[in-house]
Ligand binder design. Structure first.
Ligand code: 13P
Length: 251
């Protein structure tokens, strides 16, 4: 009913030459693993090299951010049209690192999501609570709010191109993974928010990933959960063996 998506988020790692080498290493390891979509979201400067390296394989290339305006005086930013012309198919939006370090808000996440979808990109929209918010008991409220804010003015038709990644901030890059039950619960809150906005059918068809210290050891258990339809993977996506093992777990 809904498609598994295993996506790497390289963050600020890998030069173009290293990107090419890593993708060439990964290609044979993930070849024919067609039970999920396989995506690598890479730094903007790596995009041409990554697309060249991935040509003819089942690896799709994504960006890590997109600006919400079509063009203009926004020094340092990259538009959806630029990404599309470069051959990018996916884009990560609203990652907690962008919210934390670069002033990303629920409103700019929404605008970026709309810009990506209107350009025909697939948006991987990230939501997630901090440890403090979890301990205060706000996880459900927060996840539903972030999800609804991000998807404001998105059409039912466009939801086909929306993937949501539940990434608890306390689990990112910390080695502390959410338990499979916590991941399932968080993803369930996200799906419930989608259902409240778009109805049960669209919610049932929307891919909701888990992200946060997912690796080759814990992926199978996380992915076995009803509401976990894939992963958004940081550290482990920088190693061909670990990433391809996660792809295997999704088969
Ligand atoms: P890690 O897998 O390194 O914890 O990062 C998760 C993440 O932030 C993916 O977007």
């Amino acid at each position: 009913m809904r498609r598994y998506v295993i996506a790497g988020n390289w963050k600020m790692n890998m030069t173009p030459a290293k990107a090419q080498a890593l993708i060439n290493e990964m290609k044979p390891l993930v070849a024919g693993k067609d039970n999920c979509d396989i995506v690598l979201c890479v730094p903007a400067i790596d995009i041409p090299a990554a697309i060249e390296a991935a040509k003819g394989s089942n690896i799709k290339i994504g960006a890590e951010n997109v600006h919400f305006k079509a063009s203009g005086a926004y020094t340092g930013e990259i538009s959806a049209e630029m990404l599309v012309e470069a051959g990018v198919e996916y884009v990560v939006i609203g990652h907690s690192e962008r919210r934390q370090y670069f002033g990303e808000t629920d409103q700019t996440v929404n605008l970026r999501t709309l810009a990506a979808l209107n350009a025909g990109l697939k948006a991987i929209v990230c939501v997630g609570e901090t440890l403090e918010q979890r301990e205060l008991g706000y996880t459900e409220t927060l996840l539903k709010f972030q999800t609804k804010m991000a998807l404001t003015n998105v059409t039912a038709e466009q939801m086909k191109n929306v993937i949501i990644a539940y990434e608890p901030v306390w689990a990112i890059g910390t080695g502390v993974t959410a338990t499979a039950d916590q991941a399932d619960e968080g993803n369930g809150y996200v799906r419930a928010a989608v259902a409240e906005m778009f109805g049960a059918d669209i919610a049932a068809q929307t891919t909701v990933q888990y992200g946060g210290s997912m690796n080759d050891k814990n992926a199978a258990e996380l992915l076995s959960k009803e509401n976990v339809d894939g992963g958004l993977i940081g550290g482990a996506s920088l190693k061909s063996a670990a990433f391809s093992a996660i792809v295997d777990a999704a088969q």
